[in-house]
Design a protein around this ligand. Structure first.
Ligand SMILES: [Zn+2]
Length: 197
């Protein structure tokens, strides 16, 4: 019995080794925890936002959009699937409310400077005018458009954050048709929200 007890206490001789491990990991955690305290991590990560599209009643379309704050504006990348082929108008609307798109719960095209409607290639145009997405015969489409004066800031008057992205059922023909390019009824809507990194 005594021998067994001795063996037990002798087992504690491994202590120095584990103490070394502890000091190593402590040194490591000190090194890593010291860095974030000295810089602001939010500056390192550019603001991003996204919107999941929900099809309007009786419509068939899936879609998702990403928004990237870049030095020269906001890059919008919209991808849709299972959608009817053709050119479909895409616009950012003033209100982040997709609860009743048939009755325009998302408001008019986002236009903080009260411009008139047009395609992005025309000047002037609404800040929220993103042009058209071309949907192929397989129901897929992709639109990539840079909006130079838009932002994703929380309090900016030019921010897309908290507004609604809408895909319309028809082609946006631009400035020839006011106030929205005759792009037809909304087909899908999604609220633009900050993207978790
Ligand atoms: Zn417009």
């Amino acid at each position: 019995m005594l021998a067994a007890c001795n063996a037990g206490t002798r087992g504690d001789n491994v202590k120095p080794a584990s103490a070394n491990e502890a000091s190593v990991s402590r040194a490591h955690s000190e090194a890593t925890s010291g860095e974030p305290a000295t810089t602001e991590p939010t500056v390192m990560v550019p603001m991003q936002a996204e919107a999941d599209l929900t099809a309007a009643k009786g419509r068939k379309i899936e879609g998702h959009a990403k928004f990237f704050q870049e030095p020269d504006g906001v890059l919008v990348v919209l991808e849709v699937a299972d959608a009817p082929p053709g050119n479909k108008g895409v616009s950012v609307h003033a209100h982040g409310d997709c609860s009743n798109v048939e009755k325009q719960s998302m408001g008019p095209h986002f236009a903080p400077k009260l411009e008139q409607h047009a395609l992005p290639s025309e000047v002037p145009h609404h800040l929220g005018d993103l042009g058209n997405i071309s949907v192929a015969g397989d129901g897929k489409g992709r639109l990539e458009v840079k909006v130079p004066t838009a932002t994703l800031g929380a309090d900016d008057s030019t921010s897309f954050l908290g507004r609604a992205l809408v895909v319309h059922s028809g082609e946006d023909i631009g400035s020839g048709e006011q106030p929205a390019g005759n792009s037809g009824a909304p087909m899908a809507c999604g609220i633009i929200h900050e993207r978790g990194s």
